[in-house]
Design a protein around this ligand. Structure first.
Ligand code: HEM
Length: 450
């Protein structure tokens, strides 16, 4: 308690000093309503935090990493301790792990940090999906977010090849076969990624994309994403009221909590906790480097991507599914997510009012988890159509039935609540909402959805 008071007073003093000399409050982000002081309102900021850690740790790794497939470097033999024929990219990674002070910790936090960023991004995505934050006026925020999602997956894909291990090389090749078949996008990026058709060309291009091009695109999209967020204000809680106000002016938000220093400190606290947990996990379970590309002495490796692409790899294991189907599924998913704000047109944002879209989202989430676990357990093992039908069919039916039941239950209790609010006497003898006076229903709807 005493410490907390001392801590707050010291922070305020530091902030007063900085504000006095910079006038930062003016160029800080807008204030926010008090109710947003919950982690669930800042899922996007957690992703930003993870991204920042990736930039810092990646810059440090760049000091040692060599994006080269050259196998005749004498330095490589010295590093590995034998007359090694390992490519320089793999050797420099080996060097980071074994010779750079804290190198293994740094590399492991960069790798686990990427997993965390992708995981947090999916949390941010599904929160927005379930709470309908993509509805007017936030359609463009959602669409820019979808592009951020693709870029983040692109970061994972390009980074996977960089240590130049046999397993990452195999998986990248399978991924490339799929990516290059994407309509419009595939032919566009094909010549860039494949370069002159050599392994060195591929590694160089993946490296350029990973350390420069995609981060630049990510930063530009993030700028647009946050500018849109600034212009609308934060999305209010999900509601069944079709007339709910969903845009707030900066003037209205002035009564809220200032971003500087309050929200900034709040986020810094979470940011530091994130880095601490990341380091803790990395110290307990440091990453081990698999064998390098072209090591003929090693046992044959399975082709396995990182966990966030396992679902797609498993899909190709389904008998009768060609890469064209896998690409078709991915394209359909991207188009669905991108244009979701224009597909789900109702003005209500509460999940109980959007059973169809809640069903699609929940089924996709279950499908993603199931396929990821399946892909991790039995990578490369073919799956018959019968097994697919027996596994995925019941999942869809049960999910549909449960959501339909919840929707029905909610509608019944919601209508009762509306009627009760429209006429206090009717609490004992509920009146159907349709029979209450129209004005009373509109006001009661607004109250019931609070
Ligand atoms: C690299 C990935 C992403 C980053 C760094 C990011 C960052 C942010 C930040 C900082 C906010 C402000 C509110 C908050 O902190 O939650 C935000 C809001 C938002 N994001 Fe993202 N985002 C990312 C991906 C996505 C994705 C994949 C989607 C959906 C397809 C999305 C949709 C939205 C929407 C609709 C809002 C407005 C929400 C509100 O007003 O409460 N974002 N994002």
């Amino acid at each position: 308690m005493v410490f907390a008071r001392w801590y707050n007073r010291s922070l305020n003093k530091v902030w007063g000093f900085v504000e006095d000399r910079t006038g930062m409050r003016k160029w800080a982000l807008r204030p926010q309503p008090q109710f947003t002081f919950k982690p669930s309102y800042w899922t996007g900021a957690f992703v930003v935090n993870a991204f920042l850690y990736q930039v810092v740790s990646g810059a440090l790794l760049l000091l040692y990493y060599q994006p080269s497939t050259n196998t005749t470097l004498t330095a490589c033999g010295q590093v590995v301790g034998t007359q090694s024929t390992a490519p320089a990219a793999w050797c420099s990674t080996y060097y980071i792990i074994h010779s750079v002070p804290m190198g293994q910790l740094l590399l492991t936090t960069h790798l686990y940090g990427a997993y965390a960023m992708i995981f947090l991004m999916f949390v941010h995505f599904f929160r927005g999906y379930y709470l309908g934050v993509y509805k007017a006026p936030r359609e463009f925020s959602w669409m820019v977010g979808t592009l951020l999602l693709l870029m983040t997956m692109g970061m994972g894909f390009t980074g996977y090849l960089l240590p130049y291990t046999q397993i990452s090389y195999n998986a990248t090749n399978v991924g490339l076969v799929l990516a290059l078949r994407l309509p419009t996008f595939g032919p566009l990026i094909g010549p860039f990624i494949l370069a002159d058709g050599t392994s060195q060309g591929l590694l160089s291009r993946m490296f350029d994309a990973h350390v420069l091009l995609i981060p630049l695109a990510l930063a530009a999209l993030l700028y647009a994403h946050i500018a849109l967020f600034e212009s609308h204000g934060i999305a209010p809680p999900a509601s069944s009221d079709p007339l709910q106000r969903r845009r707030f002016t900066e003037k209205e938000d002035e009564d809220g909590v200032p971003f500087m220093p309050h929200i900034f400190y709040y986020m810094t606290k979470w940011g530091l906790l994130y880095v601490g947990v990341l380091f803790g996990i990395a110290a307990l379970w440091p990453w081990q480097l698999p064998t390098y590309v072209g090591n003929t002495a090693a046992a044959a490796t399975v082709t396995e991507p990182d966990w966030y692409f396992l679902w797609l790899f498993k899909f190709v294991d389904f008998q009768g599914v060609t890469p064209v189907y896998a690409v078709g599924l991915t394209t359909a998913l991207i188009v669905y997510v991108l244009f979701l704000p224009f597909l789900d047109r109702s003005k209500r944002t509460h999940p109980r009012d959007r059973p169809l879209f809640i069903f699609i989202g929940t089924f996709l989430l279950e499908f993603f988890v199931l396929m990821t676990v399946w892909g991790g357990e039995t990578p490369g093992v073919a799956i018959t159509p019968m097994t697919v039908a027996e596994t995925i069919g019941p999942l869809a039916v049960v999910t549909g039935a449960v959501i339909a039941l919840f929707h029905w239950r909610y509608r019944v209790s919601y209508r009762r609540r509306l009627a009760a609010r429209a006429s206090p006497l009717s609490a004992t003898y509920p009146v159907p909402a349709a029979r209450a006076a129209p004005g009373a229903v509109a006001t009661a709807e607004a109250k019931a959805s609070e």
